[in-house]
Design a protein around this ligand. Sequence first.
Ligand code: PHE
Length: 473
Amino acid sequence: MEKHHHRGSWGSSLGFLMAAIGSAVGLGNLWGFPFKMGANGGFAFLLIYIILTVAVGFAMLMAEMAIGRKTGRSAVSAFRKLDSRHPEVGYMGVISGTIVVSYYCVLGGLCLRYCLGFFVEAFGGTGFLGHGETFFQSFTTAPWSIILFTALFALITGAILMGGVSGGIEKFSTIAMPALFFMLIALVVYISRQPGAEQGYAFMFTPDWDYLKENFFSVLSTAAGQMFFSLSLAMGIMVAYGSYLKKDENIPRDALLICGADTIIALLAGSLVIPAAFAFVGEDAYMSGVKLLFVTMHQVFFNIGGRFGCFLGFIFFLTVCIAAITSSVSLLEVSVSFGVDRRIDKHKEPKRTRVIAICTIFVFLLATPVALDAMGGTPGTTPLGLLQQWFPSLALKGWNESFINAYSFISEGFLMPLGALLTSLYIGYKYKTTLITDECRMGRSRVLDLCYRFIVPITMLVVLYGQLKNFLG
Ligand code: PHE
């Protein structure tokens, strides 16, 4: 029991929920989901997404939390405790979590820059934000500024972790998440009253059954991949967060609440971002990827105009920053808890502060190539562009068009679905579902059996196939 205190634990059930929802709600909700839903059949996509969240996401979320709490350890140590010969799933989580947090820091740094820019302009400054695409290009290709903001974002993440599990992660999330929610609602209400927004709702919500019929597997794979990323699964996060839980916490209820909140916030974001783009920029706007957030949304608030527009822009990017920070905190916690538990397993002092410092610096270094190649914007002048000139065979496939593509392919595209596939197979066939249901104080569940043995593995195979095709195609 004493060790448990050593590692840290959540102060309250609500605090844990805020931290877990904070991890789940991130850039994936704010810009991944809206576009993917609109482009993949609208309401038809949403239905598939919800079915997958219930049948796959919920089961895996519960499993990760239960494994964490049962073993009292984060990913690698947890899987090693279950079977000393098979910690590999844990390592996959640590590796992909570390890769994701590195590019998350670059994107988060960009969010900070926009947030600051709109703040200054809203309160009287000028010339701090340039215009739409030009600003985006000049900012991302100016190496020092983007590196500076990446470092700032990494530092903020590290600083929150330094506060500890309940004093840092939990405290920050408990204040930030309700703020995020209310700001989001306010923006959604404002946008809904603007002429032109209805085109955005039409794009988002009109069901396109024909599209679904013709592209069933690609829709399925996109929805499942998005759902997994959005729920922060298969990265060891929910194992680590679960390991800080008290024994009387109701895991199935929490898993349900996290799934629900994550989906609701994704839908709110969809009712904001896409309609705003239609109302204030028009159909030609970039409706996907980084440019949806940084070029299109930038234009939206400039076109609203004046100080008021800039103020709304500030609120919007503050919301995005909060979403990004609570997610990157959870991602960095994966490698931090890995380092801490390694020391504890060797009966050493955890030295959390030192581990956090090392992980933050490491992640920052890993992030620099992503920051320096301008999101793939200027091939030939970037490190990756040069590498491709020297080794032309590297340039053949889409996965390495930019460092951010390469990073997200290795993590979200490959390690995440593979890790989830292995985890569910281990649970379904080796440890048996009772490993999870016992920890959750539930009776035997045939439905969960079915999930871990068949539904999750099959879905993950579809995702894996879809992602490989997508990135390498
Ligand atoms: N869930 C976060 C999002 O939607 C991202 C994330 C992925 C965070 C994996 C942690 C782990 O953006």
